[in-house]
Ligand binder design. Structure first.
Ligand code: 13P
Ligand code: SF4
Length: 310
């Protein structure tokens, strides 16, 4: 089947089945272009909570599909490839996170949305990179807080809020791989380019960035800026929307340590393809399920986050 035929079939199946396609900014550009909505982790959760569609196809990674299912249990939720996981979510197994919580009693537990349903079930409030500061600021200044699993985001929020949250030592393999040396070389080559970085990047990179923010924040900053050139330190999929919304501006992906690569891609995000999306809609699989006991516990901290972000 040609690409055009695949696209036609996706559009037809979507209508026939009253399905909605939600895609993260890190998805392949063809998927972003066919999606009903493209957004960051927070916006995807907000859409999943409010959609009237019968079926949600979440073009992103497993925890995003799980979050959609937790918020909309009456809907069927599919992701194009069940193996699309997340190194950050993997760095925080529920059993070990529970031990960490038990060893540090009296703390409010904040978890990044990049976690399994089982970890969310152990959490008081979920956060995304868009609202982490807002959620922390909503808590009394003397509140003791555990923050997991991303240590870079946690450290950055500690700096912004003057808190001393206890951090889980997790990282995202994509954001950990940027090369400061190669980025500084690029800065010399493009002295008027601004460096935009996601808070999952290491501290040494955030310290030299001109703007630090989630994917949607990076998009907003670049769109509203009078500057014409940007070096972008997050997963390269975001460049598609950046370029689409700002055709007159130059976006340069920040390079990784590996000198044979020009940009950093999330291996998991890129497991989803247009063809897998078509098959997923056609065959109605792979489907996301969350056991009801876990879901009931996990929905509360996600709803608390959505209330704070409303
Ligand atoms: P945001 O889109 O919320 O900034 O998250 C980035 C990310 O790592 C998603 O996996
Ligand atoms: Fe997970 Fe990192 Fe991929 Fe985001 S970019 S899905 S945090 S591995």
């Amino acid at each position: 089947m040609s690409k055009e035929e695949i696209i036609q079939n996706i559009v037809r199946l979507k209508k026939e089945k009253n399905a909605i396609i939600l895609a993260h900014y890190y998805q392949d550009s063809d998927i972003q272009d066919i999606a009903d909505f493209v957004g960051d982790s927070l916006a995807l959760a907000q859409w999943a909570a409010k959609t009237t569609a019968d079926i949600i196809v979440l073009c992103g990674v497993h925890f995003m599909g799980e979050t959609a299912k937790i918020l909309s249990p009456e809907k069927r939720v599919f992701i194009p490839d069940m193996k699309a996981g997340c190194s950050l979510a993997d760095s925080c197994p529920a059993k070990e996170f529970k031990k960490f919580i038990d060893e540090n009693p009296g703390h409010t537990v904040l978890s990044y949305v990049n976690t399994t349903a089982a970890v969310k079930a152990l959490t008081d409030i979920v956060v995304t990179s868009t609202n982490a500061k807002q959620v922390v600021d909503s808590l009394p200044i003397d509140e003791k807080i555990i923050f997991g699993p991303d240590k870079n985001l946690g450290d950055y929020i500690n700096k912004l809020t003057g808190r001393n949250m206890l951090l889980w030592e997790g990282v995202c393999h994509v954001h950990e791989q940027f090369s400061l040396e190669r980025i500084l070389e690029l800065k010399k080559e493009y002295p008027d380019a601004l460096l935009l970085a996601h808070p999952e990047c290491p501290k040494y990179l955030l310290e030299v960035a001109d703007h630090v923010g989630s994917t949607s924040s990076i998009l907003k900053f670049a769109t509203n800026s009078d500057n014409k050139k940007f070096i972008v330190a997050t997963e390269a999929g975001i460049l598609h929307q950046l370029q689409k919304e700002n055709p007159d501006k130059l976006f340069i992906p920040a390079p990784p340590e590996d000198s044979t690569c020009a940009c950093n891609e999330c291996f998991y995000m890129k497991m989803n393809t247009l063809e897998k999306l078509y098959l997923c809609l056609k065959l109605e699989k792979p489907e996301i399920f969350v056991d009801e006991e876990t879901r009931i516990k996990a929905v509360k901290p996600i709803e608390r986050m959505l209330d704070i972000s409303a």
